[in-house]
Ligand binder design. Structure first.
Ligand code: IMP
Ligand code: MG
Length: 179
């Protein structure tokens, strides 16, 4: 891995511990119930894969893909469904899993759509939260880490589709994207 352009923010062993704690909390909160875990592609896929293996209630998984930043590092505010869920969520306990909540515009849009489909409950779980950049009124129910306004990559998160395979979470040096 070329680490010249970045510094580690959370390493893989911290992430493993944090994700295990989150899974335990979710297991407690949903005890005796079944859960439909909805991953938001693509950023959430690695976090979600680790998280669901720490959840000990019966679960199903599904995925949604929405357009996000494209090649830039700031939200356009325009969100579009690229891939919708395969199954109905009516009367289900739904947990949305997202990599990071930034402006909140993406989740605002997704939660409005999903709420209209009458799930029994709808909660949000994200690994990272940048509340200082919030534009929409979104507060995730489960948050791994609150982070400052820095652009981060790795563990599923990308910059221009790169770095998703890096095993830790890194801060990308602004020189990479400020040109
Ligand atoms: P929001 O709509 O502004 O909350 O943006 C959420 C989406 O933007 C996330 O799902 C990420 O895909 C992307 N995003 C926001 N901040 C970062 C970051 O620091 N690194 C990588 N992707 C990010
Ligand atoms: Mg993204």
């Amino acid at each position: 891995m070329n680490l010249v352009k970045m510094e580690v923010l959370f390493d893989r062993s911290e992430l493993r511990k944090k994700v295990a704690e989150m899974g335990q909390q979710i297991t407690k909160d949903y005890s005796g119930r079944e859960l439909l875990v909805v991953g938001i592609l693509k950023g959430a896929f690695i976090f979600m894969a680790d998280l669901i293996r720490e959840i000990d209630v019966p679960i199903e998984v599904d995925f949604m893909d929405v357009s996000s930043y494209g090649l830039s590092t700031s939200s356009s505010g325009e969100v579009r469904i690229i891939k919708d869920l395969e199954y109905s969520i009516q009367d289900k306990d739904v947990l949305i899993v997202e990599d990071i909540v930034d402006t909140g515009l993406t989740l605002k849009y997704i939660t409005e759509i999903l709420r209209n489909r009458n799930p029994r409950s709808l909660k949000i779980c994200c690994l990272l939260d940048k509340p200082s950049r919030r534009k929409a009124d979104i507060s995730p129910d489960y948050v791994g880490y609150i982070i400052p306004d820095k652009f981060v990559v790795g563990y599923g998160l990308d910059y221009a589709e790169q770095y998703r395979n890096y095993p830790d979470v890194y801060i990308l040096k602004p020189s990479v994207y400020e040109k």
